[in-house]
Write a protein that binds this ligand. Structure first.
Ligand code: BT5
Length: 255
């Protein structure tokens, strides 16, 4: 439908009725940059750190794309890809569905439902050889009694004006292509393609008091003050130190 076109980023788009995880399938298949795999249903959807992504069949978008930034983008900058996917998805949802989404560092998409922030999407980026497989899960039509976890939300609950999954998928893939091509053209420099600016503007974590649960069990409490050039969240702690956090979970402590 115009997404897979000569010279464009997307080289193939496959839709399967049911699979375990679109990320696992794409990571294992090798092949070209620009492959897109969409599932109507995932029986073993994955989140980060061995967590799961669960959603009823056809209630949302579950898909993965293969990106191969190549030698023009230093590997240290590939960490921006999940953040880039978040910005691209938020841009698309605002344009195509009139829904404001906020980004929770690093990879959650939040919508506001009855005054509370709820997770309506998540992103999982994984290295596969010289590619990165970026998976996006989005809750689209879920009603309040269908939410897989209490903290979840959906585009329907956030008042989206479009709930058909096809146009939403097209909008997200178009936006992802635009952001990715300009990031790659800038050699992965997030400032050079306004990605850092866009992420900062859309990030609900910044300016908040947060607790970071770091790999290995260490915890850090502070104010989230910036996202640095490597995509890390910078925390200003009570003893005046600025600590960049590159991986881990963030808990927003107060609004
Ligand atoms: C994520 O991980 O949020 C990344 C989710 C990526 C899913 C996509 S779907 C297509 C592709 N194929 C895959 O197998 N995965 C990708 P994380 O930040 O670790 O969050 C996981 C946590 O989110 C879980 O432990 C739950 O608490 C919560 N969760 C699970 N399903 C949810 C849902 N449908 N809506 C909101 N929250 C959910």
């Amino acid at each position: 439908r115009g997404l897979v076109r000569p010279g464009g980023l997307w080289t193939s788009l496959d839709v399967v009725q049911r699979t375990g995880s679109t990320n696992t399938d794409l990571a294992g298949s090798g092949g070209d940059e620009g492959a897109v795999l969409v599932a109507e249903e995932q029986s073993a959807g994955r989140g980060r750190l061995d967590r799961t992504w669960t959603a009823p069949p056809r209630s949302g978008l579950f898909f993965s794309v293969r990106l191969t930034p190549g030698p023009g983008v230093p590997a240290g900058r590939w960490g921006w890809l999940p953040l880039l996917a978040g910005v691209a998805t938020a841009t698309a949802l605002s344009r195509a569905a009139g829904v404001d989404t906020a980004l929770k560092w690093p990879n959650d998409l939040l919508v506001t439902v009855d005054g509370a922030e709820r997770k309506t999407g998540g992103i999982l980026a994984e290295r596969a050889g010289d590619s990165v497989v970026v998976g996006i899960g989005l809750n689209v039509s879920l009603r309040a009694d269908e939410l897989p976890v209490p903290a979840a939300g959906s585009l329907a609950l956030a008042g989206a004006k479009v709930l058909d999954r096809d146009p939403l998928l097209r909008a997200v893939l178009r936006s992802l292509e635009e952001w990715y091509e300009s990031w790659r053209a800038a050699g992965g420099d997030p400032a050079g393609c306004r990605l850092q600016e866009a992420y900062t503007a859309g990030c609900a974590t910044l300016g908040r008091s947060v607790r970071a649960e770091l790999p290995g069990g260490r915890e850090l409490v502070g104010e989230a003050v910036a996202v640095d050039g490597d995509g890390r969240l910078v925390l200003a702690t009570a003893d005046g130190v600025q600590e960049p956090v590159g991986a881990g979970d963030i808990v927003h402590l107060r609004p």
